[in-house]
Each structure stands twice: as C-alpha cells, then as structure tokens.
Design a binder for this molecule. Sequence first.
Ligand SMILES: O=C(CO)[C@@H](O)[C@H](O)COP(=O)(O)O
Length: 222
Amino acid sequence: MAAEILIAPSILSSDFSRLGEEIAAVDRAGADWIHLDVMDGHFVPNITFGPPIVAAVRKASVKFFDAHLMIEPADPYLDAFAEAGCEGITVHAEACRHLDRTLQRIRALGCKAGVALNPATSETAIEHVLDRLDLVLVMTVNPGFGGQSFIPAMLEKVARVRAMIGTRDIRLQVDGGVSPETIGDLARAGADCFVAGSAIYRGGSEAAYRQNIEALRAAVVA
Ligand SMILES: O=C(CO)[C@@H](O)[C@H](O)COP(=O)(O)O
C-alpha cells in the first residue's frame, strides 16, 4: 500500500520576526510536519538558526519537527538538535565522512534518521546505509535558498531512489521548487513527503496557508 502523503512546510519562507506564530499557523492550516532548514554559511551559502531557536519554537506546535541540517560537520550538533526537540534529523551525505556512524547516533538519540542528497550527488552514496535510514531527502534544487526553480532531472533520481528503497519503511522526501505544478510528477515518481516553502508561505495569513496546503494535496491526486 502506498504511504500516506505528508506535507512539510519549510519555515525558511516564513516571517522570521514571528517564527512561533508562523509555525502555529501552518500547523492549524493542515501541515503534517514542520520542516526546519538549518544552514551554516559553509556547507551552503546562507545562515539560518541553530538549536536555541528550535527549542524556543518547539512549543508552537506538537507536530513532527523535521530538521534538515545543511551544516558541515553535523556530528557535533546532533545531540543539541535532539535535545531542542527535533524528532527527525536529516544530514547531508556530502557533509558526513562517516555516514553510517552519524545515522547510528541519530537513532540512538531517539530520532528518525534521514540522509539528504544534493542534486549532483548520486543515490549510490547511500546504498550502504539503507538499513539505517528512516528518510531519504532528494534535493530538487541546490540547497541554500527558498524560491528556486525545480530541477527537472531530479524526477528520474526520485524514481531511482524509490526503486532502491524497495519494500523498506523509508520516507522519500523532496525539497525545492515543490508547487502544485510539480508535486504530481514528483508523487508519480515515488515521493511521499513534500517540503514546500514559498508555495505554502505565500499570502501571509493562516487562511492562505490552508488554501496553499490544500492546493498541494489536490495536485498530488489530480
Ligand atoms: O532546504 C531548502 C533550501 O535549501 C528548502 O527547504 C527551501 O526552503 C524550499 O523552498 P521552496 O523551493 O519550496 O520555496
């Protein structure tokens, strides 16, 4: 049976001056997960926030906190993100020298373990850790910024990753340029967890966020 579709708003596109309210708003508007984009200005050319901010906004929602660590190294910060309230921690394959060890640590902390792949990284980079994974994140833009255009070549990669996952209980997440125009193709290629920033946070109100989330869900099944 196909996995339930999950919609995870990326708070990168929210109004950071009201971050707690913006998280609560997408929660009430129908988000399944809250996606937290952590950037270090080194692995990616942008800087966002770290564990203290995650801990501060944890009370804004009881939904699954899905942290996407675009940081290198990631290992020294895993415990702090888990303590801050992240329930899923996704690291980049490109940023982890000992990926197998990193994933073991994430699970030992009681979190779901994920690996993200940049557009240029082959899925073969995660063949050896499939049994340590709860989620694979196929980046469909080059990480660092919201509002970029979806890279069409990633559709075939999503299909290849879906085939690799086989019958394992692993979520296939996509992130970057996810919109009502692209989500249907991504779902047909095998994605089941959709991160969207600008397509959800446009409109600036809870009512708009609800409409935007509903439009994404409708386009998956169209
Ligand atoms: O991780 C990232 C960017 O690095 C994403 O989560 C973006 O924030 C997605 O933004 P949109 O492409 O949906 O606007």
